[in-house]
Structure formats: C-alpha cells, structure tokens
Design a protein around this ligand. Structure first.
Ligand code: PMP
Length: 398
C-alpha cells in the first residue's frame, strides 16, 4: 500500500519521465505571469508552458469560457459527426483572420497530431509520397512527426517514414530539390527548438514559389510561433509566403489541449473520400478546448496585447545583448534565444535563474542557449524587474 510518500516521490516513481532531470517544481496555483509552489515560493513564468500560456495563467475570460462550456456539454461524439457550437464559432472567427485559401480547419488534440494530419492530407491530395523538411526541426514526437525532424531523437525508433528528405534550413540551393515528386514541404517559419533560427531573406518566399511551380503543398508548422508569439497573429504574415496548410496547437487552446490544420476546402475534402476517414480522432476539437480557444483568440484580436509584443521583445533584447556572457540573442516577438559564449553556461544559467525565481527553459537542439518566452501580457515594468534578475544571475556565472 502507498502511504505517506512525498509528492516528489510519487512524481518520480509513478509518472513516466521524459528525462533524468525534470525541473520538478510543485505548483499549487498559477495566475498571470506567476507560478506559486506548495513551499510558498513565487516564480515568474518566462516560458509560458513552452509558448502555450500567451495570455498568462488562469485569465478570467478563459476560465469563464471553460466553466460555462463544461456546464453546457463536454464530449459528445467523435470529431466530425455532430454540429457543435464552440467548434463552429472558433473556426468562423479564425478563418476570417487568415488568407482566403485557409478556410477549412480540421481539429485535433496536439501539435504532433496536427502535423500527422497535415502530412497525410498532403499525401492523399497530391497522390505523392515524398516529404521534404529541414534539419534541426522539431515537429513532434509521434512516428510521422519524428521522421521529419532532428536526427537526435530518432535513435532506436527506426525504421521511420520512408521517402523523407531533410534539407539544410536557409540553403537556397536546396530549394531545387523540391520536385513534382514532392507531396509537401514542411517548415517551421522560425526554427524554434533549434534555438530561434530565423529564415534568411526570401528563403520562405523562394520555397513557396518552388512549391507552386511543382504542385507541392507548402505546410507551415506554427505550433510554437503562432497566436501572437512573434508579434503578428502568425509568423508567416511577416514573410511573403503563404502556406497551403497551416498547422497550429499550443497557445491555440488558451491553456486547454487543442490543435488543428487548416487548408482550402478543396484540399481538405480529400480526407473524407477514397477511402473515407482519412484521419479520425475521438477528442479533436473538444468543446471545452474550443470554448477556451475562442476566449483566447478574442483576447488577441480585441485588446492591445498583440501590438505591444515587438517592443517588449526589443526591451529584453536591448537590456541583455551586451552582457559579457552573451554571445548572441536571436529573437522574434517575445520568443528569444539567449545564446551564451560557452556551452556549459546555458544549463548553469537556467539553474541560476530558477534560484532568482525565474522559470526559463532549454532548447531541444541548442545546448548553448536558453529560451525566454513569457506570457505576452507581461508588462514593461515586469520585464525590467526580470532583466535585472537575469543580469544578476549571468554576472554570477563562472
Ligand atoms: N511543432 C513545433 C514547432 C513544436 O514546437 C512542437 C512542440 N514543441 C510540436 C510541433 C509538437 O507539439 P505537441 O507537443 O503539442 O505534440
């Protein structure tokens, strides 16, 4: 019988672990940019649950929407069968904010599942099998998503998807490798887990042109960069390249699990025939998640939050960029990679920042940098306080 075991013990022994070194903060409650532990310590969340809590924790409007919808109904039927108000309302609002070809949304549960759905859609629509993606990308942890990402995570899981080509991001010569055999090109407009690698001028536009020329579907993975994180609703708006399929998740659900892929009706309809049920999901578009997503999207489009993202990111950048331990800061909106001069310093910095009451995070594929991605609602005054703490922690690094 299990008795008198600490929560830490239960966590480490009863839950499957993703690494040997989880942060293991025991959070009792969360509000705005703050996390409160069971030991009474207050932390500032500078990572937003990895680009999820763009509007801070427990925003009143989001919580109200969740509670109201839970009282009306929760799960009714597998995705795609019943007409459910929250799914319709969210789709109508989001589609009205997107280019005209992004008009039909397929709801799923997560970023990985959205990537799976998008790849399947491209294969079925084009009747081709080749998939082109980029080195150092992260698109998720399921077999298909794993197949099109960084090699580091693939060990012992092979064989993965066949007919995948991984090209160098930002290398223009590679673009000609997209051919009439290619079903889709999958790209993160900004490579997040590689340490916020921005696309060079016209790289995405040239890729987009090549996709048009070869009848290849251009898939944008905006799971991490979407919903205001980069200073616009989606990052693709900042480049002259429009996706055929847009993949979304994370901040979409306002803190509830939700993902989706969006395309033209013509392309999307191919999942429903030859044979039917091209992708099926029980919980995709859960009504409570969609209600939460509506509240979150309304915050983004009806407040001044989005218009202030860039200046807030600039403030962090300008305050930290000349610190002697900093090699380079790469940023877009409020997603920043602070790359330090020595590899061992990044892990040390994350621990030192935690001591200062700041939760930051590592990147999957860049050991030199740590991630700063606070809720977009963080104020300039809070940013100044945070930056003082970061400088103090970096000063003490040896
Ligand atoms: N794509 C990108 C760009 C991501 O950053 C992530 C998650 N970090 C995913 C896909 C996978 O999303 P999920 O964890 O919801 O499956």
């Amino acid at each position: 019988m299990v008795k008198n075991l600490s929560n830490r013990h239960l966590f480490l022994n009863y839950l499957g672990q993703t690494s040997k070194h989880p942060i293991a903060l025991e959070i009792k409650k969360a509000k705005g940019i703050y996390l409160y532990t069971s030991k009474g310590k207050k932390y500032i969340d500078m990572v937003s649950g990895v680009c999820v809590n763009n509007f801070g924790h427990n925003h009143q409007k989001v919580v109200e929407a969740v509670v109201n919808q839970a009282k009306i109904h929760m799960h009714l039927m597998v995705y795609g069968e019943y007409i459910q108000q929250p799914q319709l309302q969210y789709a109508k609002t989001l589609v009205s904010l997107l280019p005209h070809n992004l008009e039909s949304i397929y709801y799923v549960n997560s970023g990985s599942e959205a990537i799976e759905g998008a790849i399947k859609l491209a294969k079925r629509f084009t009747k081709r099998t080749e998939i082109i993606a980029f080195k150092n990308a992260y698109h998720g942890s399921t077999h298909g998503a794993l197949s099109i990402g960084h090699e580091n995570l693939k060990n012992t899981f092979r064989p993965l998807l066949p007919d995948v080509k991984l090209l160098e991001f930002n290398n223009r010569e590679n673009i000609l490798k997209v051919s009439k055999k290619t079903a889709c090109v999958v790209v993160e407009p900004i490579q997040a887990e590689a340490g916020v690698i921005l696309p060079e001028e016209d790289f995405l536009k040239d890729l987009s042109d090549r996709c048009k020329k070869t009848g290849t579907l251009f898939i944008f993975d905006e799971v991490q960069t979407g919903f205001g994180r980069c200073g616009t609703l989606f990052a693709f708006e900042q480049y002259e390249a429009a996706p055929d399929i847009l993949v979304i998740a994370k901040a979409m659900g306002g803190g509830m699990p939700l993902g989706g892929f969006i395309s033209s009706k013509n392309i999307m309809d191919s999942l429903a025939e030859n044979p039917t049920a091209g992708h099926i999901t029980t919980f995709g578009g859960h009504p409570v998640s969609c209600a939460s997503a509506i509240a979150a999207l309304n915050l983004l489009i009806n407040t001044s939050i989005l218009s202030k993202v860039k200046t807030k990111g600039d403030l962090i950048y300008n305050t930290l960029k000349n610190h002697p331990t900093v090699f380079q800061i790469r940023k877009t909106g409020l997603l920043l990679a602070v790359e330090l001069k020595e590899k061992k310093l990044a892990a040390k910095a994350i621990n030192a920042l935690l001591e200062e009451g700041l939760v930051t995070d590592r990147f999957l594929f860049n050991d030199y940098a740590f991630r700063i991605a606070p809720p977009l609602t963080i104020t300039k005054r809070e940013i100044k306080t945070v930056c003082k703490k970061i400088i103090k922690a970096l000063d003490a690094l040896k």
